[in-house]
Design a protein around this ligand. Structure first.
Ligand SMILES: [Zn+2]
Length: 756
């Protein structure tokens, strides 16, 4: 295989370039007065991209104030201070083998708003929906970033012609809808006259003004808003390709923003768009694992084939003009690359002229990916565990509180990352496709509250033919039409009867009573007799305990074998220590099954009658991880063994004969995530300000670790360190290739090939 050769230097046209070894640089000139605009030129941007080994440049063709960065617009005024002309940038970049993606058609547009205030999106309180951030108690007045409604005449009079004009004049290589937002949640949803009229015309109903999921019109309006977005994006795509066929359209899904609704929009437009941009600012607030989760989530949603770009900002938190320590940026980029995303660095003009130090770190990573990225082209992630992320569950199961559903799935994602279990994230559509399910050894249904009839049947067949499924809490209590099953989906497969949810506040897992000693010592050795479920409420207004953590379901084990039971807590909250907020002591055994295992057909089904992932997501306590890892490893043979600590991320990809292993070392200075102990009655000032998040400054190198991979190729195995270029021959034994790693610093890529 040839690495780092001409492919990445040659400009490709049409859609073809999207599949190359790409490294993007997004430069945003984004302030009303253009503080730095006259200092940015097409020459300076191309030479910056070249120096960083970036081969994709992303810039505004039109900004949120409604100005363009190209000459000759018949629609918008030219930015008064710009020295950057995108048409020059495109021709200049093309000569250097750099693709240019333009951002157009963001719904935020002050120019349209000032001309036609009535074309703005207006929320349920009659306030203009804005993209900018106002303090909660401040009124929205003369906003900079008002959202324009796609149901207003703006779509035909501005957005469609804008897309046509921008691509015609600039001849760019791709178009990004960076912020095309029209949301269903009532505080951001539009109730303008155009929306009300159109909804009435199309459904015969009034657009409902109250959040009420039991109102049919409300449900209809929710889904209708996604339809509006899809239609608008479809029109924009047509406009772009009318002018320049085969121009890729990318959509910014912002997977961790906008209440996660962008993931549902993405699912709806997956057939229209050509790639995803997963904006990932939240990573600075969430820590390692977040970038992995959203990369895999968006890849799953678009079906695994279309490229997923994921961003690491060149700045830190929201401190746009300041460079973080270089390692902070590098580790984010390695996590994106290892998870299968295409790295994308976002920088704003203030940083370029104030503190661009972190770009040096970007250059280092991009130079390496330029050399080794070709190895990843055409490789597929190893399919082992499929973690379900159901958009329909996200929207409807806990409707107003989707964050708890996300927490449950993120918890499983973190548990698998920390126990080196290869996993992919799969959307609803996979659950109705047996061939797709069959690529995985195990499917995790983490509180997948809504499951279609077809998915239930398909999953049943999956287990009958030898697959393993794992479910938590309420799996499929709702059908896709939101009717209740009054049972769990797949209850026969899980070998249980469901008798409804129980809201305890706190409850305990019982790993001792009625569990035979052999099972106990093989599965739960070293774990305590009782493990608490539930934790203090982070709101602490009326409820003392978090309502979702201390909830379980009542199961009757039919054919299933209990692996653990529940114990009641001695009291509703703890009397010890911080009386009223602490965790209560464990009380009597309840004899109610909490974890059960069933054999069904040729497969197995494991069920947790509580939200296990949510506990791990919140607390990270290894006891919760062990409750998952041990049964999973007993049920499904692991394809990977390692003595590396949980802070080492291992990602495995397969080619025809070869395998690629990424190792990302998240062992760094302890990055403090500081949580408040929340207010209560008679609150007095805190000891220190709650909220401190520290950046990554130092990586702790690891020595003496090994990675052992299941290997069914030749006995002799060639292991190449892709970055160093060094090669070793090892001998596979009993179907395993054990690879010693002499030292792991930030990141390593291993290429493993059969050697004759
Ligand atoms: Zn509207």
């Amino acid at each position: 295989m040839q690495i780092g050769v001409s492919l990445s230097r040659r400009c490709k046209t049409g859609l073809e370039w999207l599949n190359q070894n790409l490294r993007a640089l997004q430069v945003n000139i984004e302030d009303p007065y253009g503080y730095f605009a006259d200092r940015i030129t097409s020459e300076s941007l191309v030479s910056l991209a070249e120096s960083l080994k970036a081969n994709v440049l992303v810039v505004f063709a039109r900004d949120s104030w409604g100005r363009v960065f190209y000459r000759g617009s018949a629609i918008y005024p030219l930015h008064r201070r710009t020295s950057l002309y995108v048409e020059d940038l495109v021709s200049h970049a093309r000569r250097k083998g750099i693709q240019v993606v333009i951002m157009v058609d963001h719904t935020a547009n002050r120019f349209i708003y000032r001309k036609h205030p009535s074309w703005a999106q207006v929320n349920i309180d009659g306030e203009v929906v804005v993209l900018e951030h106002y303090p909660a108690e401040e009124r929205v007045r003369d906003p900079h970033w008002p959202q324009i409604c796609p149901n207003s005449p703006a779509l035909e009079k501005f957005f469609v012609p804008e897309a046509e004009e921008a691509i015609r004049i600039t001849d760019a290589d791709g178009v990004l809808l960076d912020s095309f937002r029209y949301l269903p949640d009532s505080k951001k949803a539009c109730f303008c006259s155009f929306c009300r009229e159109r909804f009435k015309r199309e459904t015969g109903l009034d657009l409902p003004r109250r959040l009420n999921e039991e109102d049919e019109a409300y449900r209809l309006a929710w889904e209708w808003r996604y339809k509006i977005t899809r239609e608008a994006i479809s029109k924009i795509k047509e406009a772009v390709t009318r002018v320049k066929p085969e121009t890729p359209l990318l959509y910014n899904s912002h997977p961790g923003g906008w209440a996660g609704r962008g993931n549902r929009v993405l699912e709806g437009v997956a057939d229209i768009i050509d790639g995803v941009f997963a904006e990932a600012t939240e990573t600075d607030f969430k820590g390692p694992g977040f970038l992995t989760f959203i990369t895999k989530l968006n890849r799953g949603i678009v079906g695994g084939e279309k490229p997923v770009f994921v961003s690491r900002n060149a700045f830190y938190m929201l401190r746009v003009p300041q460079s973080p320590p270089p390692l902070h940026v590098k580790m984010g980029l390695w996590e994106i690359f290892a998870s299968g995303g295409k790295p994308w660095v976002t920088v704003f003009s203030s940083q370029l002229f104030t503190d661009p130090r972190s770009l040096e770190a970007v250059g280092e990573v991009y130079e390496t990916i330029d050399r080794i990225g070709e190895y990843m082209v055409g490789k597929r992630p190893l399919r082992h565990v499929g973690l379900v992320f159901s958009n329909v569950t996200h929207d409807w199961y806990l409707h107003a509180h989707p964050e708890y559903y996300v927490g449950e799935t993120i918890g499983f994602s973190l548990m698998m990352m920390h126990s080196h279990m290869p996993f992919e994230i799969i959307p609803d559509s996979y659950l109705e496709d047996l061939a797709k399910l069959a690529e995985f050894k195990c499917i995790v249904l983490a509180n997948t509250g809504v499951l279609s009839e077809k998915a239930e049947k398909t999953l049943k067949r999956y287990v009958e033919s030898g697959g393993t499924i794992i479910g938590t809490h309420e799996v499929g209590v709702l059908r896709e039409d939101l009717t209740y099953r009054e049972a769990l989906a797949l209850d026969e497969v899980f070998g249980v009867s469901y008798e409804g949810p129980l809201k305890w506040g706190y409850i305990y897992l019982d790993l001792v009573h009625e569990i035979d000693s052999e099972l106990r010592s093989s599965l739960w050795n070293g774990l305590p007799e009782a493990i608490p479920l539930g934790d203090a409420s982070s709101v602490f207004r009326r409820e003392r305990a978090d309502p979702m953590l201390g909830e379980s379901v009542r199961l009757v084990a039919r054919s299933a074998k209990p692996l653990a039971f529940f114990r009641i807590a001695k009291s509703a909250y703890g009397y010890e220590y911080t009386l009223g907020r602490s965790t209560p002591a464990p009380g009597r055994p309840l004899g109610m099954p909490a974890i059960v295992l069933n054999e069904h057909g040729r497969g197995r089904a494991l069920y947790y009658a509580f939200r296990l992932g949510l506990h791990y997501d919140r607390l990270g306590h290894p006891d919760y991880l062990e409750l998952f890892r041990r049964p999973l490893e007993a049920l499904v043979a692991t394809p990977l063994k390692t003595n590396a600590p949980p802070t080492v991320q291992v990602e495995v990809y397969k080619g025809k004969d070869e395998m690629i292993v990424h190792l990302v070392n998240h062992t760094f200075n302890q990055r403090m995530l500081d949580a408040p102990s929340w207010p209560s009655r008679q609150t007095i000032p805190a000891f220190d300000p709650y909220y401190s998040i520290h950046p990554i400054t130092t990586i702790i190198p690891l020595r003496g670790i090994y990675i052992s991979i299941r290997w069914d190729g030749s006995e002799k195995v060639l292991v190449r360190d892709a970055i160093e270029g060094s090669e070793d021959i090892i001998v596979a034994k009993n179907g395993w290739a054990e690879i010693p790693i002499s030292e792991l610093r930030e990141y390593k890529m291993l290429v493993i090939e059969p050697r004759g």
